[in-house]
Structures are given as C-alpha cells and as structure tokens.
Design a protein around this ligand. Sequence first.
Ligand SMILES: Cc1cc2nc3c(=O)[nH]c(=O)nc-3n(C[C@H](O)[C@H](O)[C@H](O)COP(=O)(O)OP(=O)(O)OC[C@H]3O[C@@H](n4cnc5c(N)ncnc54)[C@H](O)[C@@H]3O)c2cc1C
Length: 440
Amino acid sequence: MMQPNIDMLYDLAGVGVGPFNMSLAVLLTKIPNINSVFFDKKPKFIWHEGMLLPEAHLQVSFLKDLVTLVDPTNPYSFLAFLAKEKRLYQFLIADFAHVYRGEFNQYLTWVSSSLPNLHFNDAVIDIDFVKDKFIIQTENKKIASKHIVLGSGIQPNIPLWAQTKLGTKCFHNHSLMYQQHDWHNKRVVVIGGGQSGAEIMQTLLADKTNLPSELSWISSRRQFLPLDDSPFVNEYFIPSYMEKFHSSSRNFRDENLLEQKLASDGISMHLLKSIYQRIYKLIHIDGADIEINLLPDHEVTDLVGHSIGFETVFKNLSLNTIRHLNVDIVILCTGYRSAIPDYLDKIKHRIAINDAQYIVNRDYSIAWDGPAKNAIYVQNAARHSHGIADPNLSLMALRSATIINSLVGNKFYDIENEKSAINWQQVYPEYVNEDIAYVE
Ligand SMILES: Cc1cc2nc3c(=O)[nH]c(=O)nc-3n(C[C@H](O)[C@H](O)[C@H](O)COP(=O)(O)OP(=O)(O)OC[C@H]3O[C@@H](n4cnc5c(N)ncnc54)[C@H](O)[C@@H]3O)c2cc1C
C-alpha cells in the first residue's frame, strides 16, 4: 500500500471504505490523471462484521456488485473474484438463489486489498476548507484535496427508551457477532420486524443446544411482512426511476418513500419461510423446550431495568392495550439512521441542511456555500432525494459512475438511456425539484 502524499493536492479524498466508496475507488482506476485517496477507521475491511451471520444472504443479485452494472468487463467484478479463486464452475453448479453475505464479504475484502489508495486504521477526524481546498485531518496525517466524498455509512438507531440500558444484555443487532452469546435458559426479546430482526430470529433458533427458554419477537408492523421483490416494483431500483424521482416534488417523494417501504425494508421471502419451518420443526417434531411469542402489531414504549433483567413495556396497536414482558436479554433490531458526522463540524455551517438532511444534487454533490469547483459528494445520504435504492447495493455502481462523470466533467461512463419496462417519464408528473431550486 502506498502512503498518502501529504504534499500533494488530491483530486478526491474519501471518508470511509464501505462498499459504496470502494465502488467509486474501483471505477476511478480507469480514469487517468485523477488522484484519489480513501480512509477508513477500521483496521481492515469487513462488511458489517457484527451482522456477518453464518446463514445471512444478499438481498439482491450478485450482479449488483461494485462495478458490473456500469462496467461489466471491469476486472473487479464478483465474477472476476470467483474466477480468480478458481471456483466459477462450482459456483454455477451450486446454483445459489441468493449469495451468502460471507462470500460477498470475501469478494469485497479481495478488492479492498487490491487497491493501493485505500487506507485502513486511519479515521478522518476533521475536515476544513481553506482558500480553495479541503484539508482532511486523519488520526495519522493531514492531506489536501479539491473534492471530498463522504462514505462513512449510517448509524444504529437506538430508541430513546433503550439509550441508558445499552450493555451486554441490551444491544443493537449491529454488534451481535462481537461477543459470544449463551441463550440457554434465557428469556430473549427481539424488537423490530424487518430483515435484521428476522435474521436474528433465525440465528437464535438455529442451534438446538443453545435455545432461549422464551423467545419473543415484537414488531410494530401489522405482520412479519416480506420484501416486495416483484418485477415491476423492482423498477424502483433502476436508473430511469431514480431520475424521475429526483425531479419530483418533495411531497411526492415523501409519499412514495412511505408507500415503497416494503420494497426495501421487508424480509426476504426465503428467510420468512425458513423461520416458519424452523419454528414448526422445533415445536412439533423436536418437542424443543422453548416458548415462542410472535407479536406483530405491538410497539415497545418503555424498557425498565431490573437487577435480574428488563421489563419490556409494549402496546397492542389495534387494541390500544399495554402489556409487560420480563426478559433477560433485549436485542434492538430498530434500524439505522443518517446523521451529519462530527468530522464536518468546521464546515457544517456552510452546508445547506434541510430537516437534518443534505440537499443532494442529481450528481450526488450537496449544496454548500463554497466554490462550485470544490464539490462535497455523498454516498448513502440521498434516499429522500434519489429514492429507496439509495441505501441499497442496486444503484451503487451507477452512483459511483455519476460522481466520476461529474468529477471529470464528461460522460466517461456511458450511463444514460438504460431501458425500463415502465415509461417513468410518462407515469409521474413533472415538477421542479424545489430543493434544487433552493440551491440555485
Ligand atoms: C447487515 C446489513 C446487511 C445489508 N445487506 C444488504 C443487501 O443484501 N443488499 C443491499 O442492497 N443492501 C444491503 N445493505 C445495505 C447497504 O448495502 C450496506 O449498508 C452497505 O454496507 C452500505 O455501504 P456504505 O459504504 O455506505 O457504508 P458502510 O458499509 O457502513 O461503510 C462505512 C465505512 O465508513 C467507515 N467510517 C465511519 N466513520 C469514519 C471516519 N470518521 N473515518 C474513516 N472511516 C469511517 C466505517 O468504518 C465503515 O467501514 C445491508 C446493510 C446492513 C446493515
């Protein structure tokens, strides 16, 4: 790995080396004369380590890797990884409906060790803008760059009632694999009915020798609902829909995001089935010593800590009745939230922030009052402006290519006019995007 040059003015400096900035870094390798550097605080790449569960699968096609959807011949595709590992034929024969997250992590880890400009173990602690450049202070060095790209991810969402209770017995699912767990004879509650909650349920039910005595699964959704993975709904994850979405009114976008929730936040159908079958087998065939309470349509309102555990207070949303449940372990599968990172403190006052969100232009640069020739690009911070695909792998390569085209000022990557079954231009009315109008 090359050490970053502290005397050089980089074209682009990136914060974070998750899949999104890694996709950008890979697609940048084809661009001559662009000097880029990326920093990550982790000692080495690992993809959502605390949720790298043995049975977890990708929720999208493996073709939605770092590069393929904009540059199918790129040497850093998932298929290129399999070919390098000499397991392409076996992969084909295995005929996985869904690739293991563990295997996708292997692929990402390989890419992370192949690029010389990705620097781990070096957190960005501060970014300033001085005269005509960004000054990026990491734990180990200070560098300068014309543009920056923020790819430091999103944060676990901890409900207010849990914030003072966090510890080894009450934790967010993102840290599940950081410690060994003994569930035996414990009363466990899993709070949250999305994909993470379901993956945790699957994990808790997997080992017959380490089953909780009582396992409750609480969700405020009416049911444990599947991911809507149907063909026309999947057009929300293609470029022309994203373009239409971005040029729509704020109200339209907000309403659509609510309506489309299950297209991104539902539970994979095969996982729902596997949990259902596992419960059936444990109860009816194995006669396992476990009590399972499935509680959709309930919302946790409080968590009271006791010397020997917690009292979960929750409400039946249809009956409006309050219930109580005593448990030993609480697992919060309560999602993730965006936050303006602390490392932006020095320039935050120069950035336009609306309802705690950036105002994101079509090319993923954000509105700020600095010179137009110095851009701040964002990854995974544009769901409100670019649609439900934004936090997902689906448009990752397209977003990277869009940022690159903006950076170099030409259409290096040919990403226009991708076909769709639905003519999105015709379907929805045209608006002037008032957020963008605000920027101008
Ligand atoms: C458990 C899980 C499973 C998912 N599975 C899928 C899936 O199957 N399909 C799909 O489409 N999407 C999936 N997603 C959504 C999305 O694809 C991933 O969250 C993806 O990892 C997002 O990439 P990212 O680069 O934005 O963020 P992250 O992967 O979170 O990476 C951000 C990086 O920034 C670093 N960082 C943070 N602060 C700093 C700092 N100050 N300085 C330096 N580095 C910093 C972190 O160490 C981290 O490595 C999943 C999400 C989760 C949480």
